[in-house]
Design a protein around this ligand. Structure first.
Ligand code: IMP
Ligand code: MG
Length: 200
């Protein structure tokens, strides 16, 4: 952890007071998302891809990525909710909101903020695959390889993260901290639940 990243914490306002350490800075994210967006524009030229994301964590990545991509493209979202703990362990999720755009014969790029075990994504990819898109690839910004249970080929990858719970840039703890523009570790007292997350 560089001292510079810690100094910056003071500039991020009240929500950042719960952060103990910045893991990936706003500038590092901006640069990497820029590189990935540029690669997508070139790889998918002439293919009019559909970028598909799962609400709500992907909100910031999707918005930033789309503003870099300079070829015709479309965007659509899924929303999921968990079943029982048992079903969740198998990665099964219930679709609360399906795609609005038919993906049959289209080039689909699945955009994910974070992949941990990969179970959720694996389940969703299978479901999209059944609709017979022309291609189906994955773009993930934050990859946590330690607990991966299924092998998912990642066409675009932003950063490998250590096995720590992080927040910011869409990632939440009980719906808070998504709007921090960097990726950070929460202070121990917040994680232990002594302090309500992002108190207000
Ligand atoms: P998995 O890949 O099926 O294990 O599920 C990944 C999901 O777990 C993500 O979509 C996030 O909602 C959540 N998740 C995993 N790691 C983190 C983290 O460090 N912070 C916040 N959410 C996380
Ligand atoms: Mg997600």
């Amino acid at each position: 952890m560089s001292a510079t990243k810690d100094v910056f914490l003071q500039n991020y306002g009240p929500l950042a007071k719960d952060i103990g350490e910045i893991v990936i800075s706003e500038e590092e994210i901006r640069q990497r998302v820029g590189e990935i967006g540029t690669a997508i524009s070139s790889d998918y030229a002439g293919k009019c891809p559909i970028l598909v994301g799962v609400l709500k964590g992907v909100l910031f990545l999707m918005a930033d990525l789309l503003r870099i991509i300079n070829i015709p493209s479309e965007v659509d979202f899924l929303a999921v909710s968990s079943y029982s703990a048992e079903a969740r362990n198998k990665g099964m999720v219930r679709l609360v909101k399906d795609l609005e755009i038919p993906i049959y014969g289209r080039h689909v790029l699945f955009v994910e903020d974070v992949i941990d075990t990969g179970l959720t994504l694996n389940y969703l990819l299978k479901s999209l695959h059944e609709r017979q898109p022309a291609s189906l690839e994955v773009c993930v910004l934050f990859n946590k390889p330690t607990h991966r249970l299924v092998d998912i080929p990642l066409r675009y990858k932003g950063f490998d993260l250590p096995d720590r719970f992080v927040v910011g840039y869409g990632l939440d703890l009980r719906e808070r901290y998504r709007n921090l523009p960097f990726i950070g570790l929460l202070k121990a007292e917040v994680l232990r639940g002594i302090k309500h997350p992002g108190e207000c």
